[in-house]
Design a protein around this ligand. Sequence first.
Ligand code: IMP
Length: 456
Amino acid sequence: MTNAHQNQGQSQSGIASAVVGLQWGDEGKGKFVDLLAAEHDAVVRYNGGANAGHSVVVNGDRFSLHLIPSGILHSGKLAIIGNGVVVDPEKLIDEMDNLAKRGIDTSSLIVSDRAHVVMPYHKAEDEIREDLFKAARNESPKGNLSEIGTTRRGIGPAYAEKAQRATAVRMGDLLRPEVLKERVTKACTVRAAMFRPYLPGEQDHGMYESLHAEKVLARMTSAAGRIGPRIKETTYLLHDMLAGGKRVLFEGANGTLLDVDHGTYPFVTASSVAVGGVGPGTGVPTQRISKVLGIMKAYSTRVGAGPMPTELFDELGQRIRDRGREYGTTTGRPRRVGWLDLVATGYACMLNGTTGLALTMLDVLAGVDQINVCVGYRTPQGETRRFIPDGFELAKATPVFKTLPGFKEEIGGARTMTDLPTNARGFIDVVQETLGVPFDFISVGPGREQTLDIRR
Ligand code: IMP
């Protein structure tokens, strides 16, 4: 009996907290994971893959992280990629190299041996599927067969492969050449048979190469040489940490409204984004988490297809997009912009058992005369205050707005609540009263110092 948790069943003394996005991603989670990392011993990703894009600004330098937990920017903290994440090994190496070039030590990074590998053929499949659906939509614009607008990072196909089992590759398999060879060969054979009629011309080597088992194997073997030492068992590691009194922060990627079960299906990502995903995605029971910080923007954004009842199509929407630099960290796509939807964020608060809120991008709304917040939907069945977690049904809803007076003053220099204009404070009050959850933080700019910590 050497390990602290043996005979205990549960890890008792440490603290587990989570940070999760309450909208459609890009809420500014990276900044808060970075901030809270200082109060924790490890930061753990439990879902998603390189589709996520977390931006953190440290001393004026902007870092964009896709796979590596934002905690990596604090030295001395473990950065753990849990088993629920799908890992593109080549992207991971790029990210490690980019951080190293900028003087960041990545030696504390650990990747679960049970995290699944995103293979080149998953990315090719993501592309082919999206292109096919896009073409079908262009032919029949009124049909329901729309593309999801994925990030084309192979996320859906990699999770589908995980569910298929026979052809899936886990990070630990990268270190077992025989298993790797058998899996990759099978996966390429199956795919080549399925996709041959749809593959573009011979000249498109990217697609063909991604289905060439030997080439894929060579790439993965080379990647394994680089990241092999990072691949470890992580479930006992986390339980041992918690049993030893350590503090662990779980970092949700994407956003709750993109959750594969609870989001605006089918316009969602392929993983369990809400805090419920921590259990399957790391092996730490969700009830172990005592604090859940929900991150929300002062307005809404969405990338890709799918309903967004409060979307703005006018000049104001463009102004918010430009001021808020609302262009994807992962794909560079312009984000769709709309008013804050309190029905949607309220639903996300409920799903996550949110204990505190962080408001981001409030500074972007300075100079907007009147600010709308959505407090209900009009639907063909009547008015409702409840969210509609079905992509096609939600598309039929129109928003019921409450209009609040705006504020003119720039607020990037505010450091306490009393520095904020009265109307900005009024906006904050309406949000926390409507959601029934208190604010812990208000962010007034991208910098670490542009954060009002109002935790009680
Ligand atoms: P996938 O995750 O690449 O399959 O994309 C599915 C949907 O989720 C698309 O609409 C993406 O734009 C969206 N999505 C996935 N990850 C993020 C994210 O981190 N931020 C915002 N949108 C995301």
